[in-house]
Ligand binder design. Sequence first.
Ligand SMILES: [Zn+2]
Length: 307
Amino acid sequence: MAVKKRCVCAVLCVCLLVLLAGGGCAPDKAEGVNIVATVFPAYDFVRELTRGIPGVSVSLLLPPGTESHTFDPTVSDALALADCSLLVYAGGDADPWVAKFLNSDAMTGKPSAALCDAPFEALMIEGEDEVDTHIWTSPVNAIAIVEYLYGQIAPLLPASDVNTLDANRAEYIEKLRALDNDFRTLAASIPAERRVLAFGDRYPFRYFCAEYGFTAYAVFPGCAEESEPAAADVKHVVDIIREQKLDTVYYVELSNHQIADAIAAETGCGTACLHSCHNLSKADFDAGENYLSLMRRNLEVLNALAK
Ligand SMILES: [Zn+2]
């Protein structure tokens, strides 16, 4: 069943932006436009959209190398919002700690935008009464997010800078379309019976798998906070790997991959990392890795299934 997830804060945010836009008070210069993002995909998409626009700064609250689900922001993190022009966050279970910020004094009267408020086909987590909000793992959704963020950022900028924003949007969406196309081509080259992914880890790839026709089995139903999976769920993944003679069990970035290693030892298969881009290591961040490069890393990993 498809469910649209909307939140009250986003509706308020849209109203605020409408008021701002309708008031004719767009600034002459983009000076002091400070956009704060909670998680890496939000940061990366905003960074791509605002590239080369003077006076716009983009900052990432979740430090590189930090696991998003267990992150516990401090008061000093909230202080980063003091000069914030727009807060961009994932929404739902992808950055649950953002609730602290949305209700803080620093955010009073300031706009915020959740990635999961972009128009996309929401997927429920099996056995749970909630929507998975790791929506960016599908490049098709990433395009919808970029379009949505464009609409949130444009009212903050003077008309002269909106031209740059327009050009950045067009250029970046073209790259996302090429990425989508490459995944589609790869998926088509993998026989249907081999389009099966086993995860010995969290599972933030629901949207990715739905988009490209992969069937997935994971020891956690979604991107759970728990670190210990149920024994029956581990056994199920082990059984699937044996029955379907899978070569690889996958783990996600920033994982200690102990569960995947144990499953590999049990079944004799190999292990590989699929990057959900939820956050990246400090080394990857410092090396300038981004959504496109990390997803292309996944493309290479999955290319093994086509051989
Ligand atoms: Zn997650």
